[in-house]
Design a protein around this ligand. Sequence first.
Ligand SMILES: Nc1ncnc2c1ncn2[C@@H]1O[C@H](COP(=O)(O)OP(=O)(O)OP(=O)(O)O)[C@@H](O)[C@H]1O
Ligand SMILES: [Mg+2]
Length: 316
Amino acid sequence: MQAFDVTVVGELNLDLILYGLPEHLEPERELLADRLALTLGSSSAIFAHNLSVMGSRVGFISRIGDDPLGRIALERLAEGGVDFSKVRIVSGPTSTGLTVILPRARFRNILTYPGTMLEMCFEDLALDYLASARHFHLSSFFLHRALRARIGELFQKMKQAGLTTSLDTNDDPEDRWGEDLKEVLRFVDVFLPNEREARKIAGTESLPEAIERLTQLVPLLVVKLGPEGALARRGKEAVRSAPVPVKAVDPVGAGDSFDAGFLHQYVRGADLASCLAYGNLAGAFSTTRPGGTEAFRDRQHFRKFVSEHGKQVAKQ
Ligand SMILES: Nc1ncnc2c1ncn2[C@@H]1O[C@H](COP(=O)(O)OP(=O)(O)OP(=O)(O)O)[C@@H](O)[C@H]1O
Ligand SMILES: [Mg+2]
């Protein structure tokens, strides 16, 4: 038996959320927040954490600094049951990254210091460890500047080792959507963009056209549609899944939680409709608390949500 169900490569940092600040940040004044939350951030870490809480065995590799923020991030992964024994801890001028989020009534400010996230390289990755799983996943393609040229090779190696693979690019902060991604997609079994990313990567404003184009590139395309749920295409087979009704308080990490729910079922050989339904369940659940992992940290809250909405999901 393999050591893991899923191994993950990606970025690892924390989100610091400061609530209650005024919309206008006046220079030189001391502006007081009324509440603070320090949560596990970053797409890959949220994915790994929430997948593990759902019951998959998850191994995660990243690169962090030898600093307090890195240590807190590892603590959070440990609480979620994720194996991080091969995370590379590097001392040097670059520290673990941090995102500061300022939620207001009408908008959010998001300030990120990427830190070690931009420096993770191929040599940081223990390939035998990554290959000791049924499935391999990578998130945030465009943030891995030092690794990017070899991401295709990494996926190819995982395929050669007999794993199935998946990729969630997330946004391209430079809005370039480089052609090198198409090379990587040759070795991707499940591609999980959101609607906007699908259109950007396919190079068209039309979502139906983007779906047609991307379906030619990967065996299974899954497109996340926010509050509208999600859809999947496998060749000519098309499946759409309705969202789970929820009182959303924060969309941060919904996409990563969706990926976790979908792949939790996929690695167990579930049919496409069940994978989509569980993805929608996990995505919706994630929005019930601020940050990307807070809802999943409350195991009782998760069990209750599944018992309330799981039957509905099973019926779809
Ligand atoms: N308001 C909502 N109600 C119900 N389900 C939701 C809601 N928002 C998100 N979801 C669920 O979460 C999934 C992912 O959301 P979304 O499309 O925002 O992904 P994303 O843009 O990749 O998110 P992220 O910011 O985490 O990368 C959706 O497909 C849906 O299943
Ligand atoms: Mg996303």
